[in-house]
Design a protein around this ligand. Structure first.
Ligand code: SAM
Length: 262
């Protein structure tokens, strides 16, 4: 993995590059790494996906969204992630669900994957964060991956208040109205918005419990990492509090409108 990719991946996992090799162990008990899988399945339910449909999951992690979508709708999925160990789990889960032949997991930097345009029916961008900065830039990239009339699912959130947020990785968050403006700036339509705050809270607490337990085990195995592990867990606790106070979790389903600028 290049330095640039390592930085993006560790940002999305809210850790630093030195802790990255330990993340598969710390996250071993979790399948979904932050996204609201059940809500994603709910918004995708009415799109009429079938065995002919193609889906792209950018930052697919362990396939917690990709595999259930493929299993439920029989579509074909391409998942892209730079963490090879997560993709091993994704492939294992795909086999367990009997959908391995419909899933293709690619170990690549998303930034490189999206250099080419594609014509997927649906692109999913769940809990990957601000790798392109604003949501407007994110939509600009995602819409180039789908056909005209295709769909985008973004699992993220917006700021509760209008003032700029000072916390690292959250500077790009805007209030609700500004966020809706960013999502539709290129002419696309928001079909559904789901408030995922309550569900995200649950997921974040489960995430915290899990990494605390695994963190304690890792400290016994690698005492030299004690400070790093403890500061990562502390950062996650602060993150949960910050999210509770400042961010509304949101899941959007957008439809790409034809003949518009990219
Ligand atoms: C918080 S996890 C979410 C994973 C998955 N969407 C889920 O909800 O279970 C973010 C994922 O994005 C991946 N990621 C972040 N930036 C990336 C990049 N530039 N290229 C490839 N993968 C990236 C990370 O490796 C990680 O698996």
């Amino acid at each position: 993995m290049s330095d640039k990719t390592q930085k993006l991946v560790s940002d999305s996992l809210e850790t630093d590059e030195q802790m990255l090799p330990e993340m598969p162990f710390l996250l071993e008990d979790l399948w979904a790494l932050g996204s609201s899988v059940k809500d994603i399945l709910r918004v995708v339910e009415n799109l009429g996906l079938s065995s002919d449909s193609t889906v792209l999951d950018l930052g697919c992690g362990k396939g917690a969204v990709s595999v259930p979508i493929t299993s439920r709708f029989k579509s074909r999925i391409t998942g892209v992630d730079a963490m090879s160990s997560f993709l091993k789990d994704a492939n294992r889960k795909a086999a367990e669900y009997g959908v391995a032949e419909r899933c293709r997991f690619i170990c690549q930097d998303i930034m490189d994957y999206v250099k080419a345009d594609h014509d997927f029916d649906l692109v999913i961008f769940a809990s990957v964060g601000g790798i392109w900065g604003s949501l407007q830039n994110t939509v600009a990239q995602l819409r180039r991956q789908i056909r005209n009339g295709g769909y985008m699912v973004i699992d993220d959130g917006y700021a509760r208040t209008s003032g700029p947020l000072q916390r690292k990785h959250y500077e790009q968050y805007r209030d609700h109205q500004t966020t809706l403006g960013e999502l539709t700036a290129l002419g696309d339509t928001i079909l559904t918005e789901i408030d995922t705050t309550q569900y995200s809270r649950k997921i974040n607490r489960a995430y915290l419990d899990s990494i605390s337990k695994r963190g304690a085990e890792l400290i016994l195995q690698k005492p030299e990492l004690k400070d790093k592990i403890n500061s990562y867990i502390l950062l996650q606790q602060q993150e949960c509090e910050f999210l509770d106070h400042h961010i509304v979790g949101a899941l959007w389903l957008l439809q790409k409108n034809e003949n518009l600028r990219t």
